[in-house]
Write a new protein. Structure first.
Length: 366
């Protein structure tokens, strides 16, 4: 819950601050964007998503811009997700933020400049989406990754179901179903990041990248990685939960995952703790997140984003999201009134209806 509390700080911004929420800089061979809402945990708004789209489009067509560096202003968060006010404020299109940020993420995935993500701090939801397609992702001891949407009655969004499904040994399923956090070193271990660099060295590695690209504008990703390596710590150990996750979260159904944990909980404290977390989360969110990862394996990323937008619209009008947001925003004690109350009560016909693709969304801006 502590990771979710980070999201609640100052949910809105005045116009003056909004104009400074993204700070772009353009050099001869590289461009950068600093996410600049540190007092709001660098959470994203509709206006920020639209501004980012404009920058992506502009720099995609400037042939001399070879590298796009994404970083954040000083503070505890790289980007702690979307501004929750986007989901609670009255609007003609309550899903506008959801659509705009998915369009942003998709175009980050296909733009011409090489994206380099410098992820120093909490990274959740939208923060994961805008940074994941970095060809080089650098994390620090301050980095904490989480996709906590199952706790809120929603789905892991911004395309995360597509790339989480491609992690080995059920790790992505575990992260989506539980909403558990994973630290910087472990992100490297499981394949969510490329390098672990101490925070105090991030300024130096950033400058080294910029200097190298200025000298060699057509540098390849592998050549830039060689520049980063001297600053990076060597990660040798394995992710400590991997064996546990592989044992329980590679089952073919959600019900079998729960049953596996139930059978193990009397002898395994990790299973008991994990089951306690899952039983607090939204059953339908857990089930749909699992289904999305399963189906994503047969989809391109663009196909998945359109699928996700369809699913998200349907999940967004269910009572679960309102229950989850109320419980979080108003610190309501007790378990939200999820519908249904248990994964074992889920109607599979409803799952099929939610996962049906019924609407096309235009994603391309380039």
């Amino acid at each position: 819950m502590q990771r979710l509390i980070l999201l609640s700080n100052h949910l809105s911004a005045n116009q003056t601050e909004q104009d400074q929420s993204l700070l772009p800089v353009v050099n001869s061979s590289w461009a950068e964007v600093t996410i600049n809402r540190p007092s709001k945990m660098n959470t994203f708004t509709v206006a920020m998503a639209q501004r980012m789209q404009s920058l992506i489009k502009e720099w995609h067509h400037k042939k001399d811009i070879k590298v796009f560096i994404l970083k954040s202003a000083d503070g505890p968060a790289f980007c702690a997700g979307g501004d929750l006010k986007q989901f609670t404020a009255p609007s003609d299109n309550p899903f506008q933020y959801y659509e705009e940020i998915d369009r942003t993420v998709y175009n980050l995935s296909i733009m011409r400049p090489t994206l380099i993500s410098l992820i120093d701090g909490v990274v959740m939801g939208t923060g994961v989406g805008v940074s994941y397609f970095g060809k080089i992702k650098i994390v620090t001891e301050n980095t904490l990754f989480a996709m906590p949407e199952s706790r809120l009655g929603f789905i892991t969004d911004v395309g995360s179901g597509w790339y989480l499904s491609r992690l080995r040994n059920g790790i992505g399923v575990y992260l989506a179903m539980t909403g558990a956090g994973i630290k910087g070193e472990d992100m490297v271990k499981v394949g969510l990041a490329d390098f672990f660099v101490e925070s105090k060295k991030m300024g130096d590695v950033e400058m080294a990248i910029k200097n190298f690209v200025n000298k060699k504008p057509n540098a390849t990703v592998e050549e830039i990685k060689e520049v980063v390596k001297p600053f990076a710590s060597k990660i040798e150990s394995e992710y400590e939960l991997e064996e546990f996750i592989a044992k329980h979260f590679t089952k073919p159904t959600v019900n079998e995952i729960f049953q596996s944990l139930q059978q193990a909980q009397s002898e395994d404290p990790k299973a008991q703790k994990c089951l306690a977390v899952l039983e607090k989360n939204c059953p339908m969110s857990i089930r749909i997140n699992f289904e999305m990862q399963k189906r994503s394996l047969k989809m391109t990323f663009k196909e998945f984003i359109i699928f996700e937008l369809n699913v998200g619209h349907k999940m967004g009008i269910r009572t679960d999201l309102g229950e989850g947001l109320k419980a979080f925003l108003f610190k309501k004690e007790g378990r939200p009134k999820w519908s249904p109350k248990s994964v074992f009560e889920i109607d599979e016909k409803e799952v099929e209806d939610i996962c049906k693709i019924e609407k096309h969304f235009e994603l391309d801006i380039l």
